[in-house]
Design a binder for this molecule. Structure first.
Ligand code: LRH
Length: 476
């Protein structure tokens, strides 16, 4: 994406969009990292071809995954995808050894089996040669940035998603690293979002025929960038970053690391300008993406808009799903997993594609209410409404149902939250925007925001009680 800031308005346009398709190889799931690098280079090249001269650039991506490099900076193996099942049981063993209190107490990060901590512990457990040969640890966007600049530097927002970074010391946590037998020397100090970390390398400039553009470590965690772009007017707002994952929570000045936040398995990811994101991961549109892939394999191709239309036509509140059930985390035949979930919970299986999609979308809206109420409890704030950003807000039925489930307004926009937040941090770093609050007011003035008011809240409130009972969430 390219952005242009003039007269207090932002213009964005798409230079190059590409699929990010992980690859199964030898029973393991990998990111196709060099393909991603190639596509990034294509984007930079297109900017030049279209006549743009870039002032700076920044990269953001999903959290938790990483590459390891040897002494000479060569990448050791393809980065594993966090949805690979390899580390799912490791978490239990690590938690037994180190204790949930210690892990959460030192990081403030929610326990999820795919966190970097458990991925690295899995490598140590199987005595991977990567442990012998590795010298440098870089998380995905920082790894891509390394290929552009030659600088090996991790960034704060991403580092916190590893569950190895201690927000109290501002350093990687020595005890946790020792506890999983991973060398401390791999982990260099991290930089804050907004730090210039070099320029496009000479070889890259030659290859692409571009100038040595400054590269900025933005909020390299996509969720960090997305929340930076929430057009809120003052602190204490609630957001939902809606895409493959749904991340719902609020921005806080200090991590909320308490007995209660641990019990609710909330997270405190590092944010921009000395903030933290008190939030919870919800499975998100992933379940529908996987369903769609499976239906396509079976010869039934639908666009997302068509699926949403089918959901709208299906009967309401027929099936109740906890979208965060472990059944739904890994790739595979998701429609079959939905049926299995229904059987396990004594419900009728979806009778059509529309009823399956409806069950997932209602399940998301209910879970948003559930987690927003917990956020309110932890933050001690009653939110007047919910900001939604990200590609998922193009699903206006989901936005409406979210508002219905919450009984509160939803303000949806911008769609390209992560890309815009990425750019805001660059403009602030270059002195073109004063601070994050001015940045947010510019977002508000520049992009459409659609307001949804709750309708039918009584029916949703009644159905929510059934949802809690069927999913077993009422007990927690
Ligand atoms: C969303 C996201 C989320 C992480 C997950 C791995 O894209 O970055 O914040 O937990 O991917």
């Amino acid at each position: 994406m390219i952005g242009h800031l003039a007269n207090g308005r932002i213009d964005i346009s798409e230079l190059h969009r590409f699929p990010n398709e992980p690859v199964w190889a030898g029973g393991a799931l990998y990111w196709d990292i060099l393909r991603l690098l190639h596509e990034l280079k294509t984007g930079i090249w297109r900017a030049k071809a279209e006549g743009f001269v870039l002032d700076s650039l920044g990269i953001d991506s999903w959290g938790v995954d990483f590459g390891l490099m040897d002494d000479s900076g060569e990448l050791l193996g393809n980065p594993r995808h966090y949805r690979d099942a390899a580390s799912s049981e490791v978490m239990e063993r690590v938690v037994e050894r180190l204790s949930a209190e210690k892990i959460f107490g030192s990081t403030g990060i929610q326990l999820m089996p795919f966190n970097t901590l458990y991925q690295l512990a899995a490598l140590a457990e199987k005595q991977s040669p990567l442990l012998r040969e590795g010298r440098h640890f870089l998380m995905i966007p920082s790894l891509l940035r390394y290929y552009l600049t030659g600088q090996k530097v991790n960034e704060f927002t991403l580092a916190t998603t590893s569950q190895l970074f201690n927000p109290f010391t501002g350093e990687w946590d020595d005890e946790l690293l020792a506890g999983i037998s991973v060398p401390r020397e791999w982990f260099q100090p991290v930089v804050k979002p907004g730090t210039e970390v070099g320029r496009l390398s000479d070889s890259l400039c030659d290859e692409l025929g571009v100038a040595a553009t400054p590269v900025i470590a933005v909020a390299e965690h996509d969720t960090g960038s997305a929340v930076a772009a929430v057009p809120a007017e003052q602190p204490g707002f609630a957001y939902l970053s809606c895409g493959t994952w749904s991340l719902i929570g609020t921005e806080v000045e200090q991590p909320v690391i308490t007995e209660r936040s641990r019990e609710l398995n909330f997270t405190n990811e590092g944010g921009v300008y000395d903030t933290y994101r008190l939030l919870k991961n919800i499975m998100g549109l992933w379940i529908l993406q996987e369903c769609r892939r499976e239906w396509e394999r079976q010869g039934n191709s639908f666009s997302f808009a068509e699926l949403v239309e089918l959901a709208d036509e299906a009967s309401p509140f027929a099936i109740f799903i906890d979208v965060d059930h472990g059944l739904f985390l890994q790739p595979g035949d998701m429609p079959a997993r939905l049926c299995q979930y229904c059987r396990n919970t004594g419900q009728a299986e979806p009778s059509s594609i529309g009823s399956a999609v409806r069950a997932v979308m209602e399940g998301l809206a209910f879970k948003y209410r559930y987690v927003l109420e917990q956020t309110e409890e932890l933050a001690g704030i009653s939110f007047p409404g919910l900001h939604m950003v990200g590609g998922g807000i193009q699903n206006s039925l989901l936005c409406q149902w979210t508002s219905n489930a919450l009984g509160k307004p939803v303000w949806a926009g911008p769609v390209e939250g992560s890309a815009i937040g990425n750019m805001l941090v660059q403009w602030i770093a270059r002195g073109q925007i004063e601070d994050i609050w001015q940045a947010r007011s510019i977002v508000k003035a520049s992009f459409p925001n659609v307001a949804y008011e709750p309708n039918n809240h009584d029916d949703w409130a009644e159905a929510y009680q059934r949802y809690l009972a069927v999913t077993g969430l009422s007990a927690s």
